[in-house]
Write a protein that binds this ligand. Structure first.
Ligand SMILES: [Zn+2]
Length: 335
């Protein structure tokens, strides 16, 4: 299901798909992979604005067009909040910042060097996606100028036109991941910490959500603890990059935590198999199909994998890497 016309790379002719949420929050489709797959959020308050993540270089024309459509001047953008530096979230940061004269880019200390000089990050991602797919997905990843970067640690407070945003360290999906708590509006921008929930997979019982264990820093205990920490703020809404707003957060948190336990079981059981990667893929897809059926979904396996195939592959890679790391930690030889 590809869009009828491929997104234009020209800012003048980009047509942003914008979803208007409450409290000055907007989701702009990042036009990554397909519509409805990745959302960059804009928070607007008292004439000032912030981006939560940037998408890729290909997203940037759509983000600039969205600013124009929303009547936000480029010099009114105070912050680019990079929740983590996976390239679907941050690959466009260098390019976007070159259009935003006043924006400071907030990054966890572990991510700063990789955004100022993305060469290692690019090489690692090429390893995950393959060089050809990488080029199509991300193009030339530009560095973020050092003087625009602010290195932010746990509990960093950020003021957006008088709106207080609290940045909390939420490892588990990535070691350097932070989430943004907008306490006054009972909202959290969790990006990948609170999983992935595509609107196309919504069921009669509400949103369907899956854990992301993509390479290479998945840690089940950290992720579970981070989800508990997000829930300690009792958020009404959580905004995900994949894809945007979810509500009914206690139900979703419980689903995520039980999936994390299943991921661990699947990974450990697959460890004894000759092809651990494929055995993880099969077991994970079966689990997701079963959960969808329990939620009243009538989608076929083909329709489900149309949306989840990319995550299934990345999750399997991430779990294999997690098991290797554990073996190393135990001092056991690698397989
Ligand atoms: Zn990620």
């Amino acid at each position: 299901m590809l869009p009828e016309t491929l997104p234009s790379m020209n800012p003048q002719s980009a047509k942003p798909r914008i979803t208007r949420h409450p409290d000055g929050i907007f989701a702009v489709d990042a036009e990554y992979v397909r519509p409805g797959y990745a959302a960059v959020h804009i928070i607007q308050h008292n004439g000032r604005a912030a981006f939560v993540d940037t998408g890729t270089n290909h997203s940037v024309p759509h983000l600039l067009a969205a600013l124009e459509e929303l009547g936000i001047a480029r010099d009114a953008v105070d912050y680019v909040l990079l929740t983590h530096i996976h390239l679907d979230h941050a690959g466009g940061a260098g390019l976007l910042c070159s259009h935003l004269p006043n924006a400071r880019v907030l990054i966890h200390p572990r991510g700063v060097a990789h955004m100022v000089d993305p060469s290692k990050l690019v090489a690692a991602s090429q390893g995950v996606y393959g060089a050809e797919a990488f080029r199509k997905l991300y193009g030339d990843v530009l560095p973020v100028p050092q003087d625009k970067v602010v290195s932010v640690t746990d509990n960093y407070r950020c003021d957006l036109g008088g709106r207080g945003l609290l940045l909390i360290h939420t490892p588990g999906h990535a070691l350097h991941h932070y989430s943004i708590v907008d306490r006054k509006h009972s909202a959290i921008f969790s990006d990948d910490t609170f999983g992935l929930s595509y609107r196309a997979l919504d069921t009669p019982q509400g949103a369907f959500i899956v854990v992301t264990s993509s390479p290479s820093q998945f840690d089940p205990d950290q992720l579970s603890a981070s989800i508990d920490r997000l829930m300690s703020y009792e958020p009404e809404s959580i905004y995900l990059m994949h894809f945007s707003r979810v509500t009914g957060t206690p139900r979703l948190a419980a689903m995520l935590k039980s999936q994390i336990r299943e991921f661990v079981r699947i990974a450990q059981e697959s460890d004894a198999q000759p092809d651990a990667h494929n055995s993880i893929r099969t077991a994970m897809m079966e689990m997701w199909m079963e959960l969808l059926r329990q939620q009243g979904s009538t989608l076929s396996p083909a329709e489900v994998s149309d949306w989840l195939e990319g995550d299934l592959e990345l999750n399997a890679q991430g779990l294999v890497i997690w098991m290797e790391r554990q073996r190393k930690d135990r001092g056991a030889p690698n397989r």
